[in-house]
Design a protein around this ligand. Sequence first.
Ligand code: AMP
Length: 401
Amino acid sequence: MKVLVVNTGSSSIKYQVFDMKDETVLAKGLLDRVGIAGTVLVHEPQGKEKVTIKHDLSDHTSGMQLVLDVLAHPEYGCVSSLEEISAVGHRVVHGGEHFSASVIIDEAVKQVVKDCFDIAPLHNPPNLMGIEACQLLMPNVIHVGVFDTAFHQTMTPENYIYALPYDVYEHYKIRRYGFHGTSHEYVAYRAAEMLGKPYEDCKIITIHLGNGSSMAAIADGRVVDTSMGFTPLEGLVMGTRCGDLDPAIVYYLMDKLALDSRQINDYLNKKSGMLGISGVSSDLRDIIAAAAEGNGKAQLALKIFCNRVKAYIGNYLAKLNGCDCLVFTAGIGENGYDIRESICENMDWLGIKMDVEKNRVRGEEVDFSAPDSRVRLLVIPTNEELMIARDTLRLASAGQR
Ligand code: AMP
């Protein structure tokens, strides 16, 4: 069975086609600047030359049509006809409290995605546009929704209720949801395989460090806690997001800088984090380079970044009463060995001891724990698309009419 995985942003469509027989990627690509002048599609078919197509497109439906045309193109396509694609998996950021697992998309599911527009205004509207465009163009296949929030739905109220009047939860559904669930789930299952233990018997701390970063504490096959909250702004320090903050700063800054609610949202989401502290860039590679050249603010940003991850490790070790392993993943977690080293140093009292040499790898699965480390230290490259494709295959096989 061949499965198309689609991740639609406000002006982009990312896709991968999997042959689920052996889980190989037949093609992947990114259509960028949809609805903006300069639309460009970069398509990478397996075993063939990369293709770049520049063609302005006004909306996601015409964008999706171009993607499908390219997938079945006689020269650089990856299927001889779209009929070969049996199901489509859609990444959806917010499923609220409604989904604790992936689902076949029907009208009721789409209504829930819509109901969450209010709490995920940047993500859910384009996600739904992608679903509707795909359904229009591929009406005869099963479409599956895979939600970033679903994996974290096992959290219990003491970890997801904020210390606000309880009725804001009841009336506005203000609570902690958590994100990056597909990535945390993928690496957690793989970690259990590497530990050689049933997943349900493992205590795992997953550390997803990318442009957006989050952590999860997992035990008994459930997420106990995760660092992102009502929105992906809470928790760790990120490329441009501040993470945890004294909430009093928000209204203080609104006063001082004369910002309205939209502007303060932008300030905390787009101008803060590593970019805000360093003044250099949101990209960790640039910050590492600037720090190496002696830039004091870049050095400070790196310290704050690692410090926050350490603090969450401590938090989660306390909540889980110890753990079997820490798992590092995503762009920084997989590649930034110096960052992993800074995070893991001076934690031997907690049973965390690394092998510095084994840690010096980028983008590879590795166990870099020292032989006497009580906690195993793992790097596991994440693969959210494969996770979406697996869920899609499972549901499509079960729901085939
Ligand atoms: P992601 O959002 O998972 O694609 O991760 C993007 C982040 O990974 C960016 O901040 C990159 O700077 C970072 N990254 C990629 N390669 C490296 C590397 N070799 N060392 C440190 N950070 C890296």
